[in-house]
Structures are given as structure tokens and as C-alpha cells.
Design a protein around this ligand. Structure first.
Ligand code: ATP
Length: 269
């Protein structure tokens, strides 16, 4: 029974304005990915080699996948998402084949952003990962060979993501590979305010809803936590009656009682 997966090419519809509180990360991706993918000739003319690989690292739910989708969309590139557990096959040779197909497809539909999530699980089981040592080593080597084979300006960029950068195989981080490290932090109050705006954009809010105050009171909430908070507030409004016209401050209070930040101080950098 083969576990070979079809390589799915997406055209994400996430825009920069859908990402809140990650200005630094966004700026680095604009310069490092969007600019070269959109202006390869200018880079060629000036003899600049753009990076082939980026590593987004930070706590879960802070927007790493969202950023990767947004940069693909803004660069008018295709997007292929995978995660390392999809690449780990116990069938001999199948991982290599899957990775080869992934990169072949990416080249075929270039410009392309390849997103590889859960990169930290590409370490042997002993190191906290999920794979058998020989399999993970072969997967890492195959990815490295494919990346080494990417010509500069071939318009395929690899973006990896992890919650635990210290577990990443150092070979993946060497120059010419995933050598641009970008931290994706838990948002501060200003970032949280922006994220609340994004996720309430299509929600009718009562006048008593004070998003500034909610932003102030949600220390350590990630973007995913805030999205969840807003969704719960909406559900409390619905629960009050199917024809409730809007979501009010009390619904948000109820949601706040229900929601805890998923990031504890220990796992925050
Ligand atoms: P993981 O490490 O678990 O894969 P991640 O960092 O990739 O998490 P995302 O999958 O991008 O997190 O975030 C989940 C959802 O949370 C997003 O689809 C989005 O709706 C919301 N979200 C997270 N971060 C942000 C943000 N900075 N701005 C707006 N929405 C966000």
C-alpha cells in the first residue's frame, strides 16, 4: 500500500493585510521572496543571488503558515504545502520519490513557494522527532540535494516552519539552504489589536465592544488564540438567540472566560 501523495498546487488568497503584528517578518519575506520572484531580471542584472530557503520559527499558531501563503500570493507565485510527516515513508525509496515529485512539480509551475511545516520532526526519534533514523536522514539528504540543485533565480523558494528550531538538523541551515532565519513571535498589544481587527472585519460588533481593551487583556494570546476568541464570542451571540443582531461586549466577556493563551511563558522565547 503506497502512501504516495499527490502534489497539490494552490493559489492562496491571503494578502499581507490579513496578517497582523508581524511587520518585521513580513518585511524580510517581501525583500527575500517577493522582490526576487517578481523581478528576477533586476537581480540578474545586478548580480545578486536571492536566498533559496527560509526558516520561520516561533510558537504554534503565530501565523507561520499564514505568512508563507501571503508571500506566495503577493509574489503571484504558486504555493505547495507539505509537512515532514507526509514525506516520511517507511517504504524504501518512497520518501525520496515523493520529495523528487514535489520539487519537479514546483519547477514545472514556477514561480513557486514550497512550504514545509513541522521541520523539527525530521530528526531521528531519539531526538524527539517521529521518524526512524535512517528514514529521516535520507529525507533530509534528499531535500538538501534538491535544494542544492535549485539554480539561483530558478524561481522556486523553500520556506520551512518549526516550533522548535533547536531540533532542526544543522545541515538544513547551512548557506544556500534554509539559511534565512525569521522569528515569528507571539504578538504584542499593538499586534493583537491589529489581529482582532482582521478577525472581526466581517462581524457586526455592538458599540460597547472595546477591541483596545480586549487587546490589552489578552497577553500571550497568539493569532490563532485570538481568532478562536472572536469565533467563540460569535457563538455566544448566536446562543443568545438565532436572530441576535450583533456581537456585544458581554459575548466577548464570556468568550474571554473560556479562552486561555496557548503559549505558556516556558515555551515563549
Ligand atoms: P503551527 O506552528 O501550529 O503550524 P502557524 O504558526 O503556522 O502554526 P497559522 O496556521 O498560520 O499558525 O495560524 C492559524 C490561524 O490563526 C491562521 O489561519 C489565522 O487565522 C490565525 N492567525 C495566526 N497568526 C495570525 C496573525 N499574525 N494575523 C492574523 N491571523 C493569524
Amino acid at each position: 500500500p503506497s502512501a504516495m501523495r499527490e502534489v497539490m498546487v494552490q493559489k492562496p488568497n491571503v494578502r499581507w493585510e490579513d496578517v497582523g503584528g508581524l511587520d518585521d517578518a513580513q518585511e524580510r519575506l517581501r525583500e527575500g521572496v517577493e522582490l526576487p520572484l517578481k523581478n528576477p531580471d533586476a537581480f540578474r542584472r545586478l548580480g545578486i543571488r536571492p536566498a533559496k530557503g527560509f526558516l520561520l520559527y516561533g510558537p504554534p499558531g503565530t501565523g507561520k503558515t499564514l505568512l508563507a501563503k501571503a508571500v506566495a500570493r503577493e509574489a503571484e507565485a504558486n504555493f505547495i504545502a507539505t509537512k515532514s510527516s507526509d514525506l516520511l515513508s517507511k517504504w524504501y525509496g518512497e520518501s525520496e520519490q515523493q520529495i523528487a515529485r514535489l520539487f519537479a512539480r514546483a519547477r514545472q509551475v514556477a514561480p513557486t513557494v514550497i512550504f514545509i511545516d513541522e521541520l523539527d520532526s525530521l530528526v531521528p526519534a531519539r531526538g524527539g522527532g517521529m521518524g526512524e533514523p535512517q528514514v529521516t536522514e535520507r529525507v533530509v539528504n534528499t531535500i538538501l540535494a534538491e535544494m542544492d540543485g535549485l539554480e539561483e533565480l530558478q524561481s522556486v523558494v523553500v520556506i520551512g516552519a518549526t516550533n522548535r528550531p533547536n531540533l532542526i538538523d544543522p545541515a538544513l541551515l547551512r548557506p544556500g539552504r534554509l539559511d534565512e532565519l525569521i522569528y515569528v513571535p507571539v504578538p504584542n498589544e499593538v499586534g493583537r489589536r491589529r489581529i482582532l481587527d482582521i478577525h472581526t472585519a466581517r462581524m457586526p460588533l455592538a458599540d460597547d465592544v472595546d477591541l483596545d481593551s480586549i487587546a490589552r487583556r489578552t497577553d500571550r494570546f497568539t493569532g490563532a488564540d485570538l481568532e478562536d476568541l472572536v469565533r467563540r464570542a460569535g457563538l455566544f451571540a448566536l446562543r443568545q438567540g438565532i436572530d441576535t443582531p450583533n456581537v456585544n461586549a458581554r459575548h466577548f466577556e464570556q468568550a474571554l472566560e473560556d479562552t486561555r493563551p496557548s503559549v505558556t511563558p516556558e515555551i515563549e522565547r
